[in-house]
Write a new protein. Sequence first.
Length: 283
Amino acid sequence: MKICPTKVEMRETVRAWRREGAAVGLVPTMGYLHDGHLGLVRLAREKADRVVASIFVNPTQFGPNEDLATYPRDETRDLALLKAEGVDAVFMPSVEEMYGAGGDTFVEVPGLSAILQGALRPGHFRGVATVVTKLFNIVTPDFAVFGEKDYQQLTLIRQMVRDLDMPLEIVGHPTVREADGLAMSSRNVRLSAEHRAQAVVLSRALSRAQELATSAVDIAALNAAIREELAAAPAAEVRSVDIRDADTLAELSGRLDLPAVVLLAVGFGNVLLIDQRVISPDT
């Protein structure tokens, strides 16, 4: 497994693979890997001749009061896990290498950046879109794999790729969960034991949403039922419950009559957890 700390090394590595006719897959990560990330790697391994994973904690997607400084890191463990999964190369740039000095260009998808998590975290998705664009330009993959847990991010990246005619496929991977249903996340390690036990309420609320979806439920009533389920966890601070069109993230009203995505953002102490599930009245 080759470690590429610079853009030049990464580009030269991919160019050599291209000369051999290899298809290249990319799995972007911010490190501190868990089985959710490794699921993305395994899917990329199935689809590509060569797999690149990136490890880069991107400062431009963190707000002034967010957890950049405390974001967990363990590069030695990450590299061992990626090597065990058969990853061919890891792109590990520094912030200086990635952004350089005096950079003043950003990529933004205005509509999708301003709603839902974007409204809670102004500037977050501009940072995501910019760094993902840079990764695509550096690695030039045939496809890139992203988790469905960050559903708004996945939807935004798909639109960005479509709108800007980027020559690659975006592949979504279903959310990977712990045995009790909690969505795997690098932030889970920051939960206290009490909060970790209560956090399973997110997956329970999503399961309840699917149960109700089969009965032609009203959107407002569905939202209320989800919030009632979340209220069973005393420490849960519900930041948002949104029920949106599963393809466009447009707002819905009236009866649920098409596939929708339920998007949750719930705080436990100083840890914000997100989760999602696509629900359908036909299920």
